[in-house]
Design a protein around this ligand. Sequence first.
Ligand SMILES: [Fe+2]
Length: 312
Amino acid sequence: MATLAEPQTDFTRLPTMADEVFTAPLRKPAHVGDDWLEPEQTAYSTEDDAIWDDLFARQMDVLPGRAASAFLAGLDKLDLGRGGVPEFRQMSEELDRLTGWSVVPVPMLIPDHVFFWHLANRRFPAGNFIRTRETFDYIQEPDVFHDVFGHVPMLTDPVYADYMQEYGKAGWKAMRYNRLKALGSLYWYTVEFGLLMEEAGLRAYGAGILSGPTEVVYAIEAQSPNRIMLNVDRVMRTDYVISDLQPTYFVIDSFEDLYRQTVERDFDRLYRSLGPGFTYANTAVIDVDNVLNRGTLEYTLRGGRGSGAAPL
Ligand SMILES: [Fe+2]
């Protein structure tokens, strides 16, 4: 059996790893069933389906002209607005025809190595539950609306789909070097909060931006945040904020560029050169940055969400 002490190349098998490389529970979490790797999708109520429809309609008011073309095309290809929470099996069949990916329902939290294992095999783990009316505007844990509406349309883009698989493979390597924080930053600033420069202008492709009504306007139009061209090395040394609008976004020219930067980088060397913590604050602009807009940081400096500052 392969272990993380030696290079892992068989991505079809879940690896066995030494305890010290883990930052998440090794064993099956107590609250999930024996089918925790690929459980059945939750049965949703009429109210759950209505919540999906209302969330969908709210996003469609703000996404045109702000969401990446590939994202909007993906929504169409998968027909995610056909009504109600999408049925994973049907969605997976359609996605499989397009890029060979599928979507698997998972409990709220899964260990890191299982998350990477799914991605490395072109399976996207999506949360099963949907938010309630009480948490309609903001939830911290990703629900099925964030995971499916936010992430899955991008998986219809062939190059982005390959990037996500490479990310999964990179995950096991990061665990071996105990550098999950650094790899987590790359996920954060691309998959969750990435911006793309299209011919028509700046657009969002990150699921954290696209699945909520406020950040998509702020990320594209506000004066406050920095917008810096993505450099993988730099991003992996940069801290990020989890529960507020980002002070800095990183912008790519194309998904080809993102893919190339990731697969061509020697991650063994990179991980060896990184410290366990972050070098740069999430507000920092540094000498090597190719800066698209230097933000005023007004929203962040006024105290962000807790202060009631306007996201301008
Ligand atoms: Fe997400």
